[in-house]
Design a protein around this ligand. Structure first.
Ligand SMILES: [Zn+2]
Length: 124
């Protein structure tokens, strides 16, 4: 998937967008400013929680887009029969947080097996 890697320029743009979100987050958390009684640790707690939510939202959106790209059907990797795909939720720990993947899974009635289609081919 090297051809789909984001360029350094694009990654820097994303960092700038996220930095802007950080400023918005600060204003959302403390509309009047944090005041002198809020410690740096308190600020970090708020930010860490928001960061985990950003990771979850981004990873779930991107993996959901990939699942949509696979379509509604896939060929069974054993017999080649076209099988309908369903979605199966799977909680997953990712860098910086947790996400729930809504993965496509096929079930072949002929082979009596489940399979997980992917863009690079089916995997079991
Ligand atoms: Zn099959």
């Amino acid at each position: 998937m090297a051809s789909k890697e984001l360029s350094e320029r694009k990654l820097k743009e994303i960092e700038e967008v996220a930095r802007g979100w950080g400023k918005l987050l600060a204003r959302e958390a403390y509309p009047e400013g944090p005041g002198l009684d809020v410690s740096l640790a308190d600020m970090e707690d708020v930010v860490a929680r928001a960061t985990r939510a950003i990771v979850r939202g981004a990873v779930e959106t991107m993996t959901d887009d990939q699942a949509d790209d696979l379509g509604q059907e896939a060929a069974c990797p054993s017999c080649g029969r076209t099988c309908r795909l369903k979605r199966k939720s799977r909680p997953l720990v990712v860098r910086g947080g947790q996400a729930t993947l809504d993965e496509p899974v096929g079930h072949c009635p002929t082979c009596r097996r489940d399979f997980f289609p992917s863009a690079s081919g089916a995997a079991c």
